[in-house]
Design a protein around this ligand. Structure first.
Ligand code: ATP
Length: 959
């Protein structure tokens, strides 16, 4: 076979590019999307402009971008006009013997399928106005061939490229749902021989219907279609078909490797003898095409399709020229997101766009005259290799939408189209095939068919030629093997499936039990949360109690303050009373002394009596003072004793309440924690025993271990956190409580001691003062006693001497009378009188001395009084008046102020029984002693050894 070119090598021809813009569709009208594409409404226009700026009027026109192509068709251009302008010239080239390709390219729903196929149905044997290029080509082909009366043969194939997979749309298996399983493959062939040897040994050429021969015969009879004779080659060998097929895909392009060719293995080609057969095949193929509903097109073509017609046209009787026309409907170049493509649709869109991207790159490379053209990067470009930059005449129709919402894609399509316009092809007429080879090929096929037919007819079954039988048997064997393999695969898969189902079931069981476990854990957690809430409530109660305790401590301080006030009042009362009494007594004493002074001069006066009187009145006064002081102290002590226990018992009960609350709280915490531990152990047991102990334990054990570990860690963390939080809370509560108690108690005691210490010091000092008073009093008593004794002895002596004198006077008088020595007697008397006078003077001096001494004593009393005042002015501790009074009484009772004539320190009178009792009572109710006793008996600290220790060192120190 030789390639007879109808053009020289230099005859380069640009690809014909047309733009077809449809009117706005319903969706675009509904979306009120403006028309942004301007297509001149005249035939022969070659410019199209698009305004993407959003302007209107003249500005829009000025801002719009214009693209120049070969032909532009607006919405008013119908199918016939487009066919006439674009397809017709191409069709005539095809008839002439050129290989031709027509492509429609554009965004989804812009009318690619409408343009290429349109309405393919016949109405009263006629095509409708909406019929697209393919139906029109079919009809025109047979009409033209018939008119030319040349010998010819037409074959047809229809392939689809879907997700980078080639599919024979005319495969009958598609209808039955069981494709013959023979995948279409694109092969390169380096063998360009014409002897028919090819790798495509299984390619077949079939009649589109069993009536083909009879149809042909009919035509021969009619003598109208096939001229000159024979119209149909009677016996064409299959070899010839293979050759043609190989030839069909044997491009001679400037970019292909020399001698390279592609052909599609297993592709079926059907002989067609008229347009209707072609239409039926078209319809059959379309029914197998991948279409789907998308957002933008209700019936969107999801694949690229190539409808090919191959024409074997008699050239000079012995040779036939082979030409083909590829009618390509490309899938939509839509934007994935805009088309709403998801999953399968998105994958489709991905692969569609992948093919289209490669097509774009091929177009660009060709337009830029690159040395490397990436044909091999997609199946689409491999299939179109000869049509782009090859020896084929090619026309590209770019379909666009006029609406603004699609302006982006429209611009992209127009860019694409403009670029494609620069591609130059070198169209060449198709090659020849020798008539005898063609006849041989057809004969071979016919013979095979005939043999099958005859065998069937004679044996009433499915019979065929031995070769065909072998072939079929071979196929059957292959199929059997494949089926067995498939069965084994199915069995394997079903057993795997069974295992998986089992696993799934056990996983579901495990999950169910885990869910149960989790629910249990959840409820335990809820329970614990409740517990924690309860604890929180308890803590709040504790805090409230602590607040109450603080209030109680404050009250206690208040009470102590009141007691202090009482004490101060008592001191001032005692002081006042003592002062008044002592003042009164002093006045009395002074009066007495004056009397005494006067009486002293009077020898008949009874000084003793006076002194005793003074003494007894002093004693009475002191006893009264003592009694009053004791009564006051007792009252105070009584009051304190009455108030303190009540108050302290309320504090104690508060403390007991708090203590029991803490115990309860701790118990609850312990319970909660033990429950958590039990739950944790349950979970642990469960995880150890049951968790993931099924068949795929090995697979899942790592995961289970990990999960268990994580669960354990998180559970432990949770536990430790809860423990920490609770422990912290308890510890804080305890510390707070103990601190508060300690602080409160220590505060109270310290405050008490702070008040008590200076008083104690003063109190201790008062003992010294009392001792001083005592010694002063003793001294006074001794001195008074001495003075009185001396006075008494002087008095005695003077009495004695007076009586002696009187006796002597009597004797003298007697002597005077007896001896009449009156002068001597008178002088004696004068002497005696002088002596008496002297003695009297002495006596008087003595008396004055005593008076001054008594005055000194009065000063001493004053001092005592001042000392007492000083003592009282400082804070007198409880029992001090008692002690002072005791001391005074003791001094008086000790007899240091002895009556005149009494000896030593004999008490003036023995103590009455009631007085002794009173004294012992006063001892027993000593306030300090009592306070200490009461404190030690009622202090809450007494309950704890550590707390009592706390108090001891201070007490010791104080002591
Ligand atoms: N020029 C036109 N005149 C009248 N109707 C048209 C025209 N172009 C397209 N249509 C209509 O628009 C709809 C979508 O067209 P079509 O299916 O051909 O688009 P498409 O580009 O092939 O889309 P897809 O890529 O999704 O397959 C169809 O109903 C078709 O009849």
């Amino acid at each position: 076979m030789s390639a007879a070119n109808g053009s020289s090598d230099a005859d380069e021809l640009n690809i014909t590019v047309a733009v077809r813009c449809r009117g706005r569709n319903e969706k675009e009208i509904k979306a009120k999307s403006a028309v942004v594409v301007n297509c001149p409404n005249i035939t022969g226009a070659n410019e199209v402009s698009i305004n993407t700026s959003g302007d209107i009027g003249i500005t829009a026109r000025m801002n719009s971008k214009t693209y120049t192509v070969d032909k532009v068709f607006g919405p008013s251009a119908d199918q016939s006009l487009l066919f006439k302008e674009i397809a017709d010239p191409m069709f005539y080239d095809f008839i002439k013997g050129y290989n031709c390709t027509m492509l429609v390219y554009g965004m989804t729903s812009t009318g690619k399928t409408y343009t290429m196929t349109g309405d393919e149905k016949l109405y009263d044997g006629e095509l409708s106005e909406a019929a697209g290029i393919i139906p029109r080509v079919l009809f025109k082909l047979f009409d033209t061939l018939d008119v030319q009366e040349s010998d010819y043969m037409v074959k047809c194939s229809f392939i689809e490229l879907y997700n980078e997979e080639l599919k024979d749309l005319l495969d009958d298996g598609q209808d039955l749902g069981n494709s013959n399983g023979r995948k279409l493959r694109i092969y390169d062939s380096v063998n360009n021989n014409s002897n028919g040897s090819s790798v495509n040994s299984r390619s077949s050429s079939r009649s589109s219907s069993p009536t083909v021969n009879s149809e042909a015969k009919k035509r021969i009879r009619a003598g109208s279609l096939y001229k000159p004779k024979p119209r149909l080659p009677s016996q064409l060998s299959s070899n010839g078909l293979q050759n043609q097929q190989q030839h069909q895909h044997q491009p001679q392009t400037q970019n292909s490797e020399p001698g390279s060719a592609i052909y599609i293995q297993h592709l079926q080609e059907f002989h067609i003898t008229d347009a209707k057969e072609g239409l039926r095949l078209l319809q059959k193929g379309l029914s197998h095409r991948q279409v789907a509903y998308t957002k933008m097109n209700d019936v969107s073509s999801r694949s690229h399709t190539i409808f090919t017609l191959t024409l074997y046209k008699n050239y000079n009787g012995e040779t036939f020229r082979v030409s083909k026309i590829n009618l390509v409907d490309l899938a939509g170049s839509e934007n994935i997101s805009r088309s709403g493509a998801q999953n399968q649709r998105a994958k489709e869109a991905g692969s569609i766009n992948q093919s289209l991207l490669t097509l774009g790159r091929v177009i660009n490379s060709l337009a830029d005259k690159n040395t490397h053209i990436p044909f091999r990067e997609s199946k689409l470009t491999r299939l179109l290799q000869d049509s782009l930059g090859g020896n084929t005449k090619t026309a590209l129709i770019a379909t666009i939408s006029p609406a603004k919402i699609n302006s982006e894609e429209t611009s992209s399509t127009l860019e694409y189209a403009t670029k494609a316009k620069n591609i130059k092809n070198k169209p060449q007429l198709g090659s020849f095939i020798m008539k005898d080879i063609l006849v041989k090929n057809i004969s071979h096929e016919l013979a095979k068919l005939k043999s099958d037919f005859l065998s069937t007819k004679s044996k009433e079954g499915i019979y065929m030629s031995h070769a065909h039988y072998n072939e079929v048997m071979n196929d059957i064997e292959n199929y059997k093997t494949e089926i067995q393999e498939s069965r084994r695969e199915v069995e394997k898969l079903s057993s795997q499936n069974h295992l998986l189902l089992k696993d799934k079931k056990s996983s579901q069981d495990t999950m169910e039990s885990q869910r149960l476990q989790i629910r249990n854990l959840q409820s335990s957690m809820d329970y614990l949360y409740e517990k924690i809430d309860l604890k929180h409530k308890n803590e709040m109660e504790l805090t409230n109690m602590i607040m109450k305790l603080k209030d109680a401590v404050r009250n206690m301080q208040g009470a102590l303050k009141t007691h202090e006030d009482h004490e101060q009042r008592l001191q001032s009362d005692i002081q006042k009373m003592l002062y008044e009494n002592i003042l009164e007594y002093r006045t009395k004493l002074e009066r007495k002394l004056t009397n005494l002074k006067e009486q002293a001069l009077n020898p008949t006066s009874n000084v003793d009596e006076e002194i005793t009187d003074v003494k007894s009145s002093l004693k009475t006064l002191l006893e009264n003072v003592k009694k009053d002081a004791i009564t006051m102290c007792e009252d105070l002590a009584q009051k304190v004793l009455e108030d303190q226990p009540k108050f302290l018992s309320s504090v104690t009960s508060e403390l007991n309440g708090i203590s029991s609350k803490i115990d309860e709280h701790t118990d609850q915490l312990k319970n909660g924690l033990s429950q958590i531990t039990a739950e944790n152990n349950n979970l642990k047991d469960y995880l150890d025993t049951y968790f993931f102990k099924n068949n795929h334990q090995d697979i899942l054990s790592t995961h289970a271990d990990k999960t268990y570990h994580q669960l354990k860690v998180s559970s432990d963390n949770l536990m430790s956190k809860i423990n920490d939080i609770i422990g912290e809370h308890v510890e804080q509560s305890r510390t707070l409580l103990m601190d508060t108690l300690n602080t409160a108690t220590t505060e109270v005691i310290t405050q008490e001691l702070t008040h008590f210490n200076p008083v104690r010091k003063t109190w201790e000092e008062s003992f010294n003062q009392i001792n001083v008073c005592d010694s002063l009093s003793n001294k006074f008593k001794d001195d008074t006693s001495k003075s009185l004794n001396s006075l008494k002895s002087h008095m005695d002596r003077s009495v004695h001497e007076s009586s002696v004198i009187a006796d002597k006077i009597k004797d003298s008088i007697c002597l005077f009378e007896e001896r009449n020595d009156i002068a001597n007697m008178a002088s004696n008397i004068n002497g005696t009188v002088d002596g008496f006078k002297n003695k009297h003077h002495i006596l008087r001096d003595e008396l004055e001395k005593h008076v001054s001494f008594i005055q000194d004593s009065s000063e001493g009393f004053k001092n005592i009084d001042n000392s007492l005042k000083r003592i009282m002015s400082s804070r007198m501790p409880e029992g001090k008046p008692d002690n002072v009074a005791d001391a005074l009484i003791k001094h008086i009772d000790s007899g240091s102020i002895a009556p005149v004539g009494s000896s030593g320190k004999t008490p003036l009178r023995p103590l009455l029984k009631s007085e002794t009792k009173q004294r012992s009572l006063s001892k027993s109710v000593s306030p300090i002693k009592n306070i200490n006793t009461n404190l030690s008996s009622i202090s809450p600290l007494k309950r704890k050894s550590s707390d009592s220790k706390l108090l001891q060192p201070t007490a010791k120190k104080q002591r």
